[in-house]
Design a protein around this ligand. Structure first.
Ligand code: URA
Length: 192
C-alpha cells in the first residue's frame, strides 16, 4: 500500500468528518466518506448515503449494497479492488435528491478523491451521479453503458442499485455495464 496516499486520504476523512459546508451537517448522524482501494484504478460514484449508511458511516451497507456486491462478484470484482463514493457525503433527509447547493458544497471532496485515485475507469451509479459527472442531460435508460473518455479515463453510467431493487429486471443490463467496465479496467483499453 502507498502510505503517502493513505495518509492524505486519512487527512481528507478528518476534514469530511468535521465538515459544515452545507446544512446537511446539522441533520446527518455522520458523514460517509468513500471507501475501498486507492490504487485499483476503478471509481464508482453514487448519489448520497442512505439511512443505513448514515448510521454506520460506510457507503453501501444497506440493501442496495447487497445488489452492488452481487454486480461486482458477477463481473469478477470485489469491494477490496474498487473505490466507492457518493456525490454528497451526508444523508439527505427522507432520501430526497441532493440540492444543487449541497452538490456544489461537497464537490471539492469528490475532486480530491478523484485526484488521489487517478482512476482509469469511472462508473456513475444512477441519474444524479451521471448528470453531475458525465452530462447534465444524461438519461440512464437510454444512455447507460455508453462510454466517454476524458484525460485518459473511461467513464460510463448504469442503473443505481436501488433502482434495481425497485425493478429487478434492470439487473442484467447493469451487470452487462459492470462487466464491460471490468474488461476496460483489465485491458486498460482507454479510448477504445
Ligand atoms: N445509495 C447511494 O447512492 N449511496 C450509498 O452510499 C448508499 C445508497
Amino acid at each position: 500500500m502507498n502510505q503517502d496516499l493513505q495518509d492524505i486520504w486519512y487527512d481528507m476523512e478528518r476534514h469530511v468528518a468535521a465538515c459544515t459546508r452545507c446544512p446537511l451537517s446539522q441533520s446527518r448522524r455522520q458523514p460517509v466518506m468513500g471507501r475501498g482501494s486507492l490504487q485499483g484504478g476503478f471509481l464508482l460514484i453514487a448519489e448520497a448515503p442512505g439511512v443505513q449508511e448514515d448510521r454506520q458511516g460506510m457507503p453501501f451497507v444497506g440493501r442496495s449494497g447487497e445488489i452492488l456486491d452481487r454486480l461486482l462478484q458477477d463481473c469478477g470484482l470485489s469491494r477490496e479492488e474498487i473505490y466507492i463514493t457518493n456525490i454528497i457525503k451526508c444523508h439527505p433527509p427522507g432520501n430526497r435528491d441532493p440540492k444543487e447547493e449541497e452538490k456544489e458544497a461537497c464537490f471539492p471532496y469528490l475532486k480530491y478523491e478523484t485526484f488521489l485515485l487517478k482512476p482509469r475507469v469511472i462508473v456513475c451509479l444512477g441519474r444524479v451521479a451521471a448528470q453531475r459527472i458525465i452530462s447534465p442531460d444524461f438519461k440512464i435508460t437510454r444512455q447507460h453503458g455508453a462510454w466517454v473518455y476524458r484525460k485518459g479515463c473511461a467513464l460510463t453510467a448504469t442503473y443505481h442499485p436501488s433502482a434495481i431493487l425497485r425493478d429487478p429486471s434492470k439487473y442484467e443490463a447493469a451487470k452487462g455495464d459492470f462487466c464491460e467496465a471490468a474488461r476496460k479496467l483489465a485491458g486498460h483499453a482507454v479510448g477504445t
